[in-house]
Design a protein around this ligand. Structure first.
Ligand code: PHE
Length: 456
């Protein structure tokens, strides 16, 4: 027996849901991952393909996950069970979602811990460069612990009092702050070159590998492919308009990513940094910009504080996927789920925390995967991000799109999508069902192949 649906919590208002779901979407993906991937992908070319992926694939697919969640009022495993009944192999896909929540949360918290550390860097490690900082074992593990603890405290608070309340307060502040940093960045000398790199696509850079990476980023940044949006959709009341709310989530999320680019690319070029720096990019470049700003010290503290907060509104959604599974399916209490799962995530995160120079065994795993690494990734964190955060999300999205489009059936899914919606006209419904059945699975399958054959 599952918990009674009637007891289940709901979002208290439309804006509460939008901010919570946008909070899930907006995070390290926008401010840390998007700029470094765009930097590696030639700038404008990546941005263009990324935007196409978000609008043409990510958004319709998001509507599918939200509809499945609201229809079943369940976590990803429960949602699939509610349609197939128990004993179907499809439940494995739900199981994958829960597992992906675990794994992504583990390494995500490490990077979020860096952000926390940078917010208080002047106090805890004023003289360290990024390399040294990320390679200090005690420091990074402690920071990771602090970040996870914050995540646990919000999720224990539940839907309305925890997740929704914090998202409402924190996201608007983030927005204003990024705006201030942009103003500084674009007025730096040499900023124009960065803007050009960021905005003018060089079409010769568009390769299959770039498309793979851009679509992977579209899924990551919208929290898709691992059931976070199924779970958040499960707390949506029937009167809510999935297309409108989901549309807002996409708009806010895209806006923040684009703004992050406006903040970082002018700065990279003005500071003579290398856009292809990889995952260290924002931690290396932004502090240099802050150093050149009036009140830069204060702006830096605020910025990394807000980055930590943006990461927090995402990490809670990762944890919520796992917690809702144990609450719905195993009848654990919310408290018990959070603390037990949380402890395991903390332990799982340690190898990632040590993988940026602190421990040789996790930092360079060529003894397992050879000199060129596993799909080009040599450290533990990079490998998890590739296997689960990139390829895994594409695989998850592939199976979930088949599930929604064919097993549940796009027509039934569309009924859910239309309920409470003022914008889903007959025409839009036909477009959406066509996308869900054919376009999304086919495109995503191509991308999965790209990952499997290491096409990046
Ligand atoms: N979307 C989040 C970000 O951009 C990360 C995330 C991925 C959260 C998958 C939940 C699920 O930072």
């Amino acid at each position: 027996m599952s918990n009674e649906t009637a007891d289940r919590e709901e979002w208290s208002s439309r804006i509460g849901f939008i901010l919570a779901a946008a909070g899930s979407a907006i995070g390290l993906g926008n401010i840390w991952r998007f700029p470094y991937l765009a930097g590696e992908g030639g700038g404008g070319a990546f941005v263009l393909i990324y935007l196409l992926c978000v609008v043409l694939i990510g958004m319709p697919y998001l509507f599918g996950e939200l509809s499945l969640g609201r229809n079943s009022q369940r976590n990803p495993v429960g949602a699939i069970k509610s349609i197939t009944g128990g004993g179907s192999l499809w439940i494995l896909v739900g199981g994958f979602c829960v597992l992906a929540g675990f794994v992504i949360l583990s390494y995500y918290s490490v990077v979020a811990g860096w952000a926390v550390g940078y917010a208080v860097k002047d106090i805890i490690a004023p003289t360290m460069g990024f390399q040294e900082f990320a390679a200090s074992p005690g420091l990074v593990i402690a920071l990771l612990g602090v970040f996870l603890l914050l995540t646990f405290l919000v999720v224990v608070g539940g839907i309305e009092e925890g997740i929704e309340r914090w998202a409402k307060i924190l996201l608007p502040i983030l927005f204003v702050l990024i705006f201030l940093v942009i103003i500084r960045a674009v007025t730096l000398e040499g900023a124009m070159k960065g803007l050009k790199f960021y905005l003018v696509p060089d079409f010769s850079e568009i390769t299959f590998g770039l498309v793979v990476s851009a679509l992977g980023q579209a899924f990551f940044t919208l929290s898709l492919g691992m059931g976070a949006m199924i779970t958040y959709g499960s707390y949506l009341p029937k009167r809510e308009d999935i297309a409108i709310s989901g549309g807002y989530v996409v708009i806010f999320n895209t806006l923040i990513a684009l703004m992050a680019g406006f903040m970082i690319f002018p700065a990279i070029f003005a500071m003579g940094a290398d856009p292809e720096t990889g995952p260290a990019l924002v931690f290396v470049v932004l502090p240099k910009v802050f150093a050149q700003m009036p009140l830069g010290g204060l702006v830096s503290v605020l910025f990394f504080l807000l980055l930590s907060i943006a990461a927090l509104t995402s990490s809670i959604s990762l944890l919520e996927v796992v917690v809702s599974y144990f609450v719905d399916e195993k009848q654990w209490s919310r408290q018990k789920s959070v603390w037990i799962i949380g402890s395991i995530v903390f332990l799982m995160a340690i190898p990632s925390a040590l993988s940026q120079g602190a421990s040789g065994a996790f930092s360079n795993m060529s003894y397992l995967f050879g000199e060129s690494g596993l799909f080009g990734q040599n450290n533990f964190l990079g490998i998890l991000d590739y296997l689960i955060g990139s390829a895994g999300l594409a695989i998850g999205a592939f199976f979930l799109s088949i599930f929604i489009g064919w097993v549940w059936g796009a027509d039934y899914a569309a009924e859910e999508l239309v309920e409470g919606s003022s914008v889903m006209t007959q025409g839009l419904v036909s477009v959406w069902t066509f996308m869900m059945r054919y376009v999304i699975p086919v495109v995503v399958f191509g991308i999965v192949m790209g990952y499997v054959f290491g096409y990046l």
